[in-house]
Design a protein around this ligand. Structure first.
Ligand code: 8YV
Length: 326
């Protein structure tokens, strides 16, 4: 503790809300370290908390094990597959994320991506800008929401917010998840393949990580069928990307709308070359309003922990108070 302040390691860019909010702490910025190993060797023994301002920088066992006094990792984002939670749980380190404050924003984006993909709005806009409207109208779209059922993969808070929007638009919704979700009134499919056969659009909104890796594979896409549309709002890892590219090329499915990719920000050139896909640059929660609330929750979690009240939103794998095995 320098000057009585708790020392915090900041991973990711120094966003103003986070930097200002962490004023009560002594903050060390990982991004500024010229020699990362030497930097961690020097400050590591004093660091008690990590603040992570992005989901794109991994917080792995290698980093956390260099911080023997680490008690908490407060990360930005509802998804926390970039944090090795199994290691954290085993070592009594609490991980917090930023749920709820982004739910409605991500659901809005999902609805936008669904509509853009089904009705080809970005393609039609490109058509107008290219001066092609003069000769003829944009072709009628093959797809419509009017005769489709949506199958959600994942029915957590964001899944339910998407389902509410679709139901308000009179679109029938069903879902697949390992267990039926509390509070979801629509039909639950225990088997993903069964649901894929019955629906016309799959919307993926389930956590990333090893348990869901390549969940949407060639078999699921085949079951979705030639009129089918895949929407991915979750993590690139949930979809077998080469299988998706193949399915789009072969017309095994009709089209896809993607907000996330396996190696962001690298998007496969094959996808970029396709007209039957709509590609968003991971926009889910990307408004100033919502991102500020997410940044603030990163700070609030650390302040609540430092005040001895316990963090506000620990993830289920690392409940508060922590169970230290050593
Ligand atoms: C982030 C997200 O905007 O919260 C999450 O898990 O995926 C998004 O809200 C994204 O991670 C940007 O880096």
């Amino acid at each position: 503790m320098a000057d009585g302040k708790i020392e915090v390691l900041l991973s990711g860019p120094p966003k103003p809300t986070i930097v200002n909010g962490l004023a009560p702490f002594l903050v060390h910025r990982l991004a500024d370290a010229k020699d990362r190993d030497a930097f961690l060797k020097e400050i590591g023994p004093r660091v008690r908390a990590i603040a992570s301002s992005v989901t794109s920088d991994a917080i792995g066992a290698g980093l956390m094990s260099k911080l023997p006094k680490l008690e908490i990792v407060s990360t930005f984002g509802v998804g926390y597959d970039h944090v090795d939670v199994a290691w954290a749980a085993e070592h009594g380190v609490t991980v917090t994320n930023t749920p709820r404050v982004l739910t409605e924003e991500v659901a809005d984006t999902a609805l936008g991506l669904i509509l853009c993909t089904v009705r080809e709005f970005p393609q039609a806009e490109r058509f107008l800008r290219a001066g092609k409207w003069v000769g003829r109208g944009y072709p009628l779209t093959k797809a419509t929401l009017r005769d489709r059922t949506v199958g959600m993969v994942g029915m957590g808070a964001i899944g339910q917010a998407i389902a509410r929007r679709l139901e308000a638009m009179k679109v029938p919704v069903v879902y697949h998840s390992r267990r039926p979700a509390a509070g979801a009134a629509c039909r639950h499919y225990p088997k993903l393949l069964d649901m894929a056969r019955d629906v016309d659009i799959i919307v993926v909104i389930t956590p990333g990580g090893p348990e869901t890796k390549d969940l949407i594979n060639a078999d699921v896409l085949k079951a979705l069928g030639p009129n089918g549309i895949l929407i991915n709002m979750a993590r690139g890892s949930v979809v077998d990307e080469p299988a998706l590219i193949q399915a789009l090329k072969d017309k095994t499915i009709l089209s896809a709308g993607l907000d996330v990719y396996v190696r962001e920000p690298d998007v496969p050139a094959e996808l970029i070359a396709m007209e039957n896909v709509v590609l968003f640059p991971h926009l889910g929660s990307a408004s100033v309003y919502t991102r500020t609330q997410m940044d603030q929750l990163v700070v609030d979690n650390l302040n609540a922990w430092a005040a001895g009240k316990g963090p506000l939103t620990p993830v289920p794998e690392t409940p508060w108070p922590p169970r230290r095995s050593s």
